[in-house]
Design a protein around this ligand. Structure first.
Ligand code: CA
Length: 567
């Protein structure tokens, strides 16, 4: 369906008048030479139904629907009335598999708009148009961007199902990797201009996991398109992290008392034993024996798996680790290696969260059922044959050197390798983003079992080095002690990083710390079962900008944020 040319012309004129960020005044702040972009100003949506006629190149709108206040809720609060617009871009038939492809999307446009655009970068292998609500970070959302008044887009990133088989199609690989963001962004800004009579004054992008990867890729590739970047537990080297997790699966299977049941290679009792040993050595390093290892880096120099966990003299019984377990598990924490003994991904920090179910699911299940298919079909050149593919068997029998070769090669059909289309190019060079006044907030749970916070820390240190030893005037990194993959774990995992990001971008107020809460019994955003019973249900902590960590002041409640300072 093509829409009327007149609407296209109107949209073009409006975008030219208001789409370039004209709502604020760019002025240098007193303490920095970097620009502050100025505050967005709002507008009102007058005609939802008319957006069904929106026209843009390679775009088909399927519906524009008024959504009443309270139809969506967040943390028990009704989300205000808004307009939902659904459509597709670049519909086509795949040249290799003959299947239909398109970049499916929905936008949610508040009636009372705050002048801002939020691109919701989704997780997993995409393929699903999640509700365009706009995450603000962490678990059990406190709020969302739509509720705050942002216009939000969500997409499937170019394929219609959350399965890896789209990787057969070369273009679908590229859309998933980085091109869907580039195709959707100008369309979304134009649609906003059509809806409100002016384009967004300020634009933001954010997500966790693969959504964090999308956002880091956008930081490198599209530094002019967004003013604020909110990065959570980023899988910014996703193909290598998946390969490392498959090496992990092979090692846990070698330790398993029941072959194929990887959790018998490192049982819940044994994981609890190691978690307690980590706490015994590291909990008090931050001044508070409170079940949280906040001095994560110091802990890695303090804890020693070989020394600090008993070695079994006989049968494994949950009170010790075998010598073989210590060797293999120790190597996995130090960083998975290839056939020549060379580390190809990252170390993982020892932390308090490795006893949780969420940790086990990534190491023992997703390694067999997710990393296998993603590697075989999305990243390998050539991809595996789909008929008869067995994920667990693929992971457990994979030769790591063969995998690493296939995800770093190209051929005439697949012209970019997985590291090229999945990872941010030159991730430590963010000079364009920095100079124009854009900002980035990055967080990562230190008990993330699939994407290591050590990898994100290493990237941030490289970014720091590339900026004369200090990147804190445009990019800040917050480790979340105990937090698993994007949420969960024995952690204060509930926080809003979007509000401080907006304040930084638009008012020049750099966040020294962000207060996070535990989600114990009664939490409106959803209870986290990993919160220890001896914590207050709403325990709070400051998340500190790296390399600072939260340290106990020596007095005051262990459940209060202001008993801790970032040092
Ligand atoms: Ca502590």
């Amino acid at each position: 369906m093509k829409s009327s040319a007149s609407l296209v012309v109107v949209a073009t004129v409006l975008a030219a008048c208001g789409g370039g960020g004209g709502g604020g005044i760019t002025t240098p702040p007193p303490s920095s030479s970097l620009p502050v972009l100025g505050e967005a100003t709002g507008a009102t949506l007058n005609n939802c139904a008319a957006l069904a006629n929106f026209g843009f190149a390679n775009t088909t709108i399927s519906a524009a629907t008024s959504i009443a206040a309270g139809t969506l809720t967040v943390a028990g609060k009704p989300v205000p009335a808004h307009c939902q617009v659904r459509g597709k871009m670049f519909e086509r038939i795949g040249t290799v598999d003959g299947q239909p492809y398109a970049i499916g999307f929905e936008m949610r446009l508040p009636i009372n708009w705050n002048g801002r655009f939020f691109y919701q970068a989704n997780g997993g292998v995409d393929g699903n148009i999640g509700t365009a609500a706009g995450p603000v970070g962490g678990g059990g959302p406190l709020d969302n961007a739509l509720n705050m008044g942002f216009a939000v887009i969500s997409s499937d990133a170019g394929h219609p199902a959350p399965t890896p088989f789209f990787g057969i199609d070369p273009q679908a690989r590229l859309d998933y990797g980085y091109q869907a963001v580039a195709k959707l962004t100008p369309m979304a800004k134009r649609l906003i201009a059509t809806a409100y009579g002016k384009g967004p004054d300020r634009s933001y992008i954010g997500g966790c996991s693969n959504g964090g990867r999308h956002t880091m890729v956008a930081m490198s590739r599209y530094p002019d398109d967004y003013d604020g970047y909110l990065v959570g537990n980023p899988g910014f080297r996703l193909p290598l992290a998946a390969a490392a997790n498959m090496v992990g699966a092979q090692n846990y299977n070698a330790l398993a008392t029941t072959p194929g049941d990887l959790g018998t290679g490192f049982t819940p009792a044994e994981r609890a034993l190691v978690s307690k040993a980590v706490l015994a050595k590291c909990d008090a390093l931050d001044g508070a024996t409170d079940g949280l290892v906040q001095s994560t880096s110091a802990c890695q120099a303090t804890f020693d798996l070989q020394r600090d966990v008993p070695t079994c003299s006989g049968t494994r019984d949950g009170t010790c680790l075998s010598a073989d377990q210590k060797q293999r598990i120790g190597q996995l924490f130090a960083g998975a290696v290839d056939g020549a003994g060379k580390k190809f991904y990252s170390s993982f920090p020892y932390d308090s969260g490795l006893g949780t179910n969420g940790w086990a699911v990534w190491k023992f299940n997703n390694s067999l059922n997710l990393d296998s298919g993603a590697t075989a079909f999305i990243w390998q050149v050539p991809p595996e044959a789909q008929a008869g593919f067995n994920g667990p068997n693929f992971t457990l029998t994979a030769n790591i050197d063969t995998i690493l070769a296939k995800i770093t090669t190209t051929n005439a059909l697949y012209t970019e390798n997985a590291l090229q289309f999945m990872t941010p190019p030159n991730p430590a060079d963010l000079s364009t983003l920095k100079k124009r006044g854009a900002k980035a907030l990055v967080y990562h749970g230190t008990s993330d079992p699939i994407f290591s916070s050590d990898d994100t820390k290493r990237w941030y240190e490289e970014l720091t080095a590339a900026n004369a030893g200090d990147a804190t005037n445009f990019a800040r990194y917050y480790q979340v002690p105990g937090m698993n993959h994007c949420s969960g774990g024995p952690a204060t995992d509930q926080f809003d990083m979007l509000t401080p990001l907006v304040a930084w971008v638009e008012k020049g107020q750099a966040p020294a710390s962000v207060v996070a809460s535990a989600r114990g019994p009664g939490n409106a955003g959803g209870v986290n079962a990993d919160v220890p019973a001896d914590w207050a249900a709403d325990r709070k902590r400051p998340l500190c900008a790296y390399p600072k960590v939260a340290r106990y002041k020596g007095g005051g409640s262990l459940d209060a944020a202001d008993s801790f300072s970032c040092v």
